[in-house]
Design a protein around this ligand. Structure first.
Ligand SMILES: [Fe+2]
Ligand SMILES: [Fe+2]
Length: 552
């Protein structure tokens, strides 16, 4: 499991010092300029100390004063900084409007560095809302306009590192972060160095280089303690807590994450709080405190929703699903996995990010793990069918491939295979395990299991079309199946695939009423019943499964 989420780093870019306020003051001519520049400086100090409400008031006063005095540069800088603070508090629209205004004012004043600053900040906002290509374009535009400032160049270099990182290019990210560190060291920007170390820590954690990661976070936290950036301290603590978590140091993980949470609480930064709750929830889950884990992960989701952060909501939903799996609450686990999948789908449609693809892959792996566990827990009630779901899934996959089904259809088939007999949990144990033939009444009960399976999943929405497989995996092409006596192509192809391999597995395993057949015997018997399946399904089956089973 990745130790850190890129979302922590992405928020850093909007948090940089731009043109230092004293320089803005010095450059603004005349005594009338002093108050606005001074207000800006005070606002910055309040912001760094974590008094955001005071800082907002002071920034607003600085903007009003600068506008009245015609001090474009002070106004542009105050607008941009206020935008950053508002954005951190989840006020996205106000933040964007302020920053766009800052860009206009700086451009009118002919200050390319301040215009570059505004673009850099706007790109950061784009990035967080998921508009990744727009963000990239703006970062390059910012570099073009403001690259004459080594200090700004260092930060853009860092932002490009963040982009490389989220796209899974860790080497490239590392190189960008190192460049940004050198730039900040050259300009003597301690705050910049603290951020660079922080991001180097994150990329090291992504590569599971835990010791490097810890050392980078230690240096970053050391510098932030000296320069007094409370927010960055919180982020450093939270990300270090994920390193502890990955190394199973649960006590350290909890104390770092809780210290981070106290900071974010004080700052009122809800999205960071969401991430802190998520880590604390994971610590509780890993240490078996399941009720506490549920409370924290639920809080993480609520906060992510309230700040409109799709990525955080998706990640927290996946973590909660894993908790429900541990608790045996499988329907809820699948519900939250479905929610996470839909959220990633929204991101994927906009971003086409490698990193999202990796997260979706991880999510689908989680899906398979949850349904496999659930399928196996059903088998444990029926000693004769142990391993049935796993074999059906394996056979079905090879038939699906022989039929030329695509990746999504193959995933549908695999998940359907694990869950196809879910409804058997409602069939009495003595009927499932009965030695000898079933009575008519008993068979009527067995025949309900496809319907019961779908009922058990009534509250679950799958990203794949699983339910037709469950309901119709006993339907036959000649209309002799159950529960709906469908005929021909009324039966979905995926259900036919499961049907044929299900029959094969039943024949080739020992049952309470007869011994297992060899693959050859089973294939001969199925040849007699080939009217039960669509001809291409039967052909695909013959070309793959008996040979695979015989070789196994
Ligand atoms: Fe079945
Ligand atoms: Fe089955």
């Amino acid at each position: 499991m990745a130790a850190s989420d890129t979302s922590h780093a992405t928020r850093l870019r909007t948090d940089k010092s731009g043109l230092p306020a004293p320089r803005a003051a010095a450059s603004a001519a005349g005594a009338a300029s002093a108050p606005a520049a001074m207000l800006l400086q005070q606002a910055r100090e309040q912001e760094l100390a974590g008094s955001l409400a005071d800082a907002i008031g002071r920034y607003e006063a600085a903007i009003a004063g600068a506008e009245a005095a015609g001090e474009a540069r002070v106004a542009a800088e105050a607008q941009r900084r206020l935008a950053v603070v508002r954005h951190r508090r989840g006020e996205r629209e106000a933040a964007t409007a302020l920053c766009e205004r800052s860009l206009e004012v700086a451009t009118e004043a002919g200050d390319t560095v301040l215009a570059g600053e505004a673009l850099n900040t706007l790109a950061g906002f784009d990035f967080e809302s998921g508009a990744i290509e727009l963000a990239r374009a703006r970062f390059y535009q910012a570099l073009e306009l403001g690259g004459s400032s080594p200090e700004l160049r260092g930060r853009i270099e860092q932002n490009l590192g963040i982009l490389a990182n989220i796209q899974g290019n860790h080497d490239e990210a590392l190189a960008h972060y190192q460049q940004s560190l050198y730039a900040f060291q050259r300009t003597g920007d301690d705050h910049g160095c603290a951020i660079a170390y922080h991001n180097l820590g994150m990329v090291s954690a992504d590569r599971a280089r835990w010791e490097d990661a810890e050392e980078c976070f230690r240096r970053s936290l050391e510098i932030t303690a000296a320069v007094g950036d409370v927010h960055l301290t919180g982020l450093g603590l939270l990300n270090r807590s994920e390193v502890h978590l990955a190394r199973q140091r649960y006590g350290d993980a909890k104390s770092d994450a809780e210290a981070a949470l106290r900071i974010f609480d004080r700052l009122g930064t809800r999205l960071d709080k969401a991430d802190a709750y998520k880590v604390i929830g994971r610590v509780y889950r890993e240490t078996g405190q399941l009720a506490l884990a549920e409370a924290r992960l639920t809080a993480a989701i609520e906060l992510a929703v309230s700040t409109d952060s799709v990525l955080s909501e998706a990640e927290a939903s996946r973590e909660l699903a894993l908790l429900y799996q541990v608790m045996g609450r499988n329907q809820e686990a699948l519900r939250f996995l479905g929610a996470a999948h839909r959220l990633f789908g929204r991101l994927d449609a906009r971003l086409d990010l490698v990193d999202v693809a990796r997260r979706v892959q991880r999510l689908e792996d989680t899906y398979l793990a949850v349904v496999r566990d659930w399928g196996q827990s059903i088998e444990s009630a029926d000693s004769y069918t142990f391993g049935h779901c796993e074999r059906v899934a394996g056979y079905a996959l090879s038939v699906a491939q022989a039929l030329g089904m695509d990746e999504a259809q193959q995933t549908t088939i695999r998940i359907g295979a694990y869950l196809h007999d879910l409804g058997k949990v409602r069939v009495p144990h003595e009927i499932l395990n009965k030695a000898g033939p079933l009575s008519r009444e008993e068979f009527e009960i067995i025949k309900q299991h496809p319907v019961w399976g779908v009922e058990l999943l009534a509250t679950v929405d799958f990203p794949w079309d699983i339910k037709p497989i469950i309901r119709w995996h006993h339907e036959k092409y000649d209309g002799t199946g159950y529960p709906d006596r469908l005929r021909g192509d009324e039966i979905p192809l995926a259900a036919q695939v499961i049907c044929i391999v299900d029959v094969y597995d039943a024949l080739t395993t020992t049952r309470s009423y007869r011994a297992a057949m060899t693959p050859k015997e089973a294939a001969a018997q199925m040849h007699e019943s080939r009217r039960w399946w669509r001809p291409d399904v039967y052909d695909a089956f013959c070309r793959t499964v008996p040979a695979i089973a015989a070789a196994a």
